[in-house]
Design a binder for this molecule. Structure first.
Ligand code: ZN
Length: 395
């Protein structure tokens, strides 16, 4: 450091630094070639970590070198990873703050614009991603997330063993998932995949069968129960909502109650449900059906699982519950993949946890129009376990 300035009123500190003329050679940022002499030099000002309560700016001398491969090119300076006016340390501090707070909160903390914070966070995540080791994919999860009427669906591929999302694709067609297999994996990697937890959604099955021939498809609890929840919601709407007037008021705000599991409800909420059941037997039956279907995944043997499922489906014939009859047909059509749960052990709750993390990020802030940013963000969440609320609950 050869110069410094401090402004006690504005609370700023400025430092001027230049390299010592020692043995260290200059390195071309393009090809990595080492040079003894500089072509010319320039000064860059970057924001660095604060000193005490002082906002700190460092003015640093940066050299350019001239070589055969790149012509005149700026030297490589580890402290300055990008063209943005921030030091690497500073960007890391911002990135870390972004792990547990929204971009707007971090922006206030550091005195930056929210868009600048997002750009810094993205660069920091890209560097983190480039430096880390990625585990092999043996068991995969495929899920879809509904983004809304305009953007529709997002297909999410995750690694079931590490609970890490790997890839996002627009829509939920066969071509969407084909895209993942073609872009992200070599043939050898595709052959190594042994199991996939997916929704009972034909396009995904077709894509997996085509690209990962050694992969067993498992229709897991999370996805099947999603369909059971849809069925109970249909019954609720038919029995209360469509009748209008007084009936409509009775069931208002009770949707999540019907979708909740009995064990997770407080005594008061259980009583609310019981009152609802007293008014309508069909809703009561639908709720019991959903609750009992959940037990299907407690069986470890195919025979026992199949037996339980048949006993669950059988009484539906005498009950006029169309949505559940439809669900039963769907389960029978996908029987092999449901029973695969007994043949291939896959961790339950991972797809659900990844899904929950993505949704919580989407709820928390806008600015995720950039899917790459969203993906890196959820990956870091999985790696640092900052917000693994859903998984903890499931475990
Ligand atoms: Zn070069």
């Amino acid at each position: 450091m050869y110069r410094h300035e401090i402004d006690e009123q504005k609370k700023t500190l400025e430092l001027w630094v230049r390299r010592k003329r020692g043995n260290r050679k200059l390195e071309c940022s393009g090809c990595g070639r080492k040079f003894q002499d500089a072509y010319d030099w320039n000064e860059r000002a970057v924001r660095d970590l604060p000193w005490s309560t002082f906002k700190t700016t460092v003015h640093i001398e940066v050299y350019r070198v001239k070589g055969p491969a790149c012509g005149v090119k700026v030297e490589k300076v580890p402290l300055l990873p990008s063209k943005a006016p921030f030091s690497k340390r500073f960007e890391e501090a911002v990135g870390q703050a972004c792990e547990s707070a929204s971009a707007r909160q971090v922006a206030r903390q550091f005195g930056l614009a929210a868009s600048t914070v997002r750009a810094i966070d993205l660069r920091d995540l890209e560097r983190w991603d480039a430096a880390r080791k990625k585990p092999a994919l043996r068991q995969m999860g495929v899920d879809e997330i509904h983004l809304g009427k305009k953007q529709k669906f997002l297909t999410v591929v995750c690694n079931l063993e590490t609970a890490e999302p790997l890839w996002f694709g627009r829509e939920r067609k066969k071509e969407t998932l084909d895209g993942y297999f073609q872009e992200a994996l070599r043939l050898q990697q595709r052959m190594r995949i042994t199991a996939a937890c997916v929704d009972m959604w034909e396009p995904y099955r077709l894509s997996i069968e085509q690209h990962a021939p050694n992969c067993r498809i498992v229709y897991d609890k999370f996805h099947v129960m999603q369909h059971a929840n849809q069925a109970i919601d249909e019954v609720r709407r038919a029995e209360f909502f469509r009748k209008g007037g007084r009936w409509r008021g009775l069931v208002k705000g009770k949707r999540w109650l019907l979708l909740s599991r009995w064990v997770n409800l407080t005594a008061g909420k259980r009583q609310e449900l019981n009152q609802l059941f007293a008014l309508n037997r069909k809703v009561c039956k639908a709720y019991l059906l959903k609750e009992s279907l959940d037990r299907l995944w407690t069986y470890r043997y195919e025979g026992a699982m199949l037996n339980y499922l048949e006993r669950w489906i059988d009484p539906l014939r005498w009950q006029r519950l169309k949505p559940f009859q439809k669900l039963a047909e769907m389960l029978l059509d996908h029987l092999d993949g449901i029973l695969n749960y007994c043949r291939t052990k896959v961790p339950l709750g991972v797809v659900e946890a990844v899904n929950g993390n993505i949704k919580s990020l989407l709820r928390r802030g806008r600015g995720y129009k950039n899917l790459r940013y969203l993906l890196l963000k959820v990956q870091r969440m999985a790696a640092t376990k900052t917000e693994f609320l859903v998984l903890q609950k499931a475990a």
